[in-house]
Design a protein around this ligand. Structure first.
Ligand code: G
Ligand code: G
Ligand code: G
Ligand code: MN
Ligand code: NA
Length: 249
């Protein structure tokens, strides 16, 4: 059976879930929030990774209700975290262009009672490649509410620097492929440059995929703001992340 058919019934059948991965402030060592990562527990396919179903959900439009569900679920989880901890939610380009996106975000915040300043929306460069006025307006509106916008997978797309100039962005997330390759001199130079760029622009820089103390040391030495990765914490379910956040925040 086609994946898209199973995907359509998965939401009413409550087959989706969110894991949460902690994000640490490198200078203080404190956990400052967590990123919600979607999981599909299919009765016939087992657990399907988002890379395998998000593109299909985008094609069918299913990402719109699915993304709305994720926003609510993530904000509801964050409502029981220690005050001030941030919740980061991935947002697809299709969602942003749907027209109902800003309304859905505001509704999720109101429903959960989480203040806008605790919500971070992670978008990829593909969102920005379509420079429609509508997308810009939506991003500005959300930012005006106090929501932070993070540019996800930074460095893997096309013409990243131009987007930083044109779009309202609060955070850059350096793609984990760069962190994995930090031992390479050229890669290390690129990462240092991105960290410096963030500092100059007043943008938070988060390193993704941090797996070793050696990587964390290099990032700390270069003034990187935040780290996320298996070293800090693996993605875990809502109950486990709540316990971790309460003990380490
Ligand atoms: O506790 P654990 O061994 O899982 O720690 C993994 C990483 O998390 C450490 O290498 C360090 O970077 C960070 N870390 C360790 N202890 C603390 C702590 O008490 N608070 C916070 N915020 N981070 C910690
Ligand atoms: O958890 P995992 O490493 O498999 O996630 C892979 C990628 O899937 C993430 O980097 C992110 O881009 C995407 N992803 C995860 N959760 C969501 C979600 O709720 N919405 C969207 N649009 N993408 C997600
Ligand atoms: O939003 P994004 O696609 O970047 O989501 C992060 C993805 O990377 C998640 O699917 C998560 O499971 C994965 N991930 C998180 N931490 C690490 C890590 O330290 N190493 C590797 N290889 N993958 C990670
Ligand atoms: Mn992300
Ligand atoms: Na990423």
């Amino acid at each position: 059976r086609a994946l898209e058919i199973d995907l359509e019934t998965a939401l009413p059948r409550q087959e989706f879930d969110l894991d949460f991965q902690p994000i640490m402030n490198i200078a203080s060592g404190e956990i400052v929030g967590a990123e919600a990562l979607m999981r599909w527990h299919s009765p016939t396919r087992g657990t399907v990774a988002p890379d395998n179903f998000i593109p299909v959900a985008e094609e069918t439009g299913m990402i719109v209700p699915l993304g709305e569900w994720a926003l609510r679920k993530a904000c509801t989880a964050a409502a029981s975290w220690p005050a001030g901890l941030r919740i980061a939610v991935n947002v697809s380009a299709v969602q942003l262009k749907s027209g109902s996106f800003a309304r859905n975000v505001i509704s999720a915040l109101a429903f959960s009672g989480v203040p806008a300043g605790r919500l971070e929306l992670e978008i990829t460069e593909t969102v920005l490649m379509d420079e429609s006025e509508a997308v810009l307006r939506t991003l500005r509106q959300l930012r005006g509410l106090g929501i932070r916008i993070a540019l996800d997978d930074f460095g893997t797309g096309y013409s990243s620097l131009g987007y930083l100039r044109r779009f309202p962005v609060d955070k850059i997330k350096i793609d984990r492929s760069f962190i994995h390759d930090l031992g390479n001199r050229d890669t290390a130079a690129i990462v240092r440059t991105v960290i410096g760029l963030g500092a100059e622009l007043g943008i938070t820089v988060t390193a993704e995929g941090v797996e070793t103390e050696a990587q964390l040391d290099i990032l700390r030495g270069n003034g990187c703001t935040e780290a996320q990765g298996y070293l800090i914490g693996v993605p875990s379910n809502a109950a486990d992340i709540q316990r971790l956040l309460k003990s380490r925040a």
